[in-house]
Design a protein around this ligand. Structure first.
Ligand SMILES: Cc1cc2nc3c(=O)[nH]c(=O)nc-3n(C[C@H](O)[C@H](O)[C@H](O)COP(=O)(O)OP(=O)(O)OC[C@H]3O[C@@H](n4cnc5c(N)ncnc54)[C@H](O)[C@@H]3O)c2cc1C
Ligand code: SF4
Ligand code: SF4
Ligand code: SF4
Length: 357
């Protein structure tokens, strides 16, 4: 394992995968991820469904420069300057189906979680969850990277309301799904001991049956990253096994955020706490970087690199040939971090692929 320290930015499911990889290091080989910055996330979009949907509206994906969500609207900015928008409530046809069984809105197991809901324009809402996260945020403020104020009660109420909406809507969906199909494993309460026992019985075939073929895969790429013999490839946006599993290996099953999650990671009562467990809540803006909201994520990454706290950061930028397509990569360049600011609203086999082992 490399000793290059890395900070990762990701959606709640991606941050959960990073947490599992590091916690079960003996099985997975671990990762260089040292700081986890989670984004709030209501849903993400499938670009094959999005492509089909836009085609029906007379738009080709290659004509799109950027997608944004703003004031309840899903907006496509086209290269020719035109804008296509629809209310977020109508994005159902191209929302990724696995997002409907996900109840983590604010990235419950990150060091620091960041989103827009609850804060004014050009500000981000920040949830500090770990002592490591607190030290980073305090030092960012002291060194002038960020300006923070406590989140208003109104902002907190709105954030809790939206997080609770995701929890109740998606709990209904996964319970409905469980009534007619296989159990949604990630939502089962399971002790640490049972988790380890269960995972030690499983290999890729089980991952295929329990996650991939039932439409629960979030395409995070964690399974591909941890496989010691590089037998997993993400092919046509699905993990597939090339060859045979190594005897006694269970790494992909341990790492996947959609297999079991032990109560030590997500306590059994986590869905009763809309914002999960946390230390502090703020509204924050960056002092010099323009981002999606407050530019906070990019500023924290710049701080981490400039102060030698991590060596690299894993970010999501744009594919040069297809700007609408997100591309994750690892960098130590401040210019890259600033250029990657802004949200890319479609899935990417995030970060793990870019990480060094
Ligand atoms: C799929 C998705 C859904 C979201 N849904 C919500 C929501 O419902 N409510 C809410 O309040 N906030 C949501 N956010 C978060 C919000 O859009 C901003 O990312 C967040 O407020 C941080 O803004 P910022 O200005 O501080 O970040 P910036 O300084 O702009 O930095 C953004 C960082 O996010 C990374 N990034 C961009 N796209 C992705 C991606 N697809 N996957 C992983 N990392 C990425 C970039 O590498 C960059 O480092 C969502 C983000 C994503 C990616
Ligand atoms: S599964 Fe979907 S809704 Fe849940 S965190 Fe991942 S991208 Fe967001
Ligand atoms: S060898 Fe098999 S069980 Fe082990 S990580 Fe690779 S695919 Fe999974
Ligand atoms: S099957 Fe692989 S890519 Fe899909 S969610 Fe699990 S770890 Fe991520």
């Amino acid at each position: 394992m490399t000793n290059i320290k890395t900070a990762m930015v990701g959606t709640p499911c991606q941050i959960l995968a990073a947490t599992k990889i590091n916690r079960y290091e003996e099985e997975t080989g671990g990762s260089p991820i040292d700081v986890k910055i989670g984004l709030f996330c209501m849903e993400n979009f499938s670009y094959s469904y999005l492509e089909k949907y836009l085609k029906e509206q007379g738009i080709e994906l290659y004509e799109v420069k950027e997608f944004r969500i703003d004031k309840g609207q899903f907006i496509a900015y086209l290269i020719d300057g035109n804008i296509f928008k629809i209310p977020i409530a109508e994005t159902e046809p191209f929302t990724r189906k696995n997002c409907h069984i996900c109840t983590d809105y604010t990235s419950d197991v990150s060091d620091i979680s960041v989103g827009s809901v609850g804060s004014d324009e050009n500000h981000s809402t920040v949830i500090v969850r770990s002592m490591k996260g607190k030290e980073i945020l305090d030092d960012c403020v002291e060194k002038g990277y960020l300006t923070v104020e406590p989140l208003s009660k109104k902002g907190q109420n709105l954030l809790e309301l939206i997080a609770n909406k995701k929890i109740s809507k998606n709990t209904k969906t996964y319970k409905k799904r469980e009534a007619v199909a296989r159990p949604v494993l990630s939502k089962r309460s399971i002790s640490e001991e049972e988790f380890i026992e269960e995972c030690k019985l499983c290999q890729f075939e089980n991952l295929q049956n329990d996650v991939i073929s039932v439409g629960s895969c979030v395409l995070c790429g964690a399974c591909e990253y941890v496989c010691p013999i590089d037998a997993i490839q993400i092919n046509r946006r699905k993990p597939v096994l090339k060859g045979k599993c190594q005897e006694d290996c269970h790494a992909c099953y341990f790492a996947c955020p959609r297999t079991f999650v032990s109560d030590d990671i997500y306590p059994a009562d986590i869905d009763e706490k809309p914002l999960g467990n946390y230390l502090e809540l703020y509204t924050v803006r960056a002092d010099s970087i323009i981002g999606q909201d407050g530019g906070v994520v990019s500023s924290i990454l710049v701080y981490l690199l400039e102060n030698g706290i991590v060596d690299k950061v894993s970010i999501v930028g744009e594919d040069k040939d297809a700007p609408w397509r997100p591309q994750s990569y690892l960098t130590s360049s401040i210019q890259d971090v600033i250029a990657a600011a802004g949200t890319k609203y479609s899935t990417t086999t995030i970060g793990f692929k870019a990480l060094e082992k």
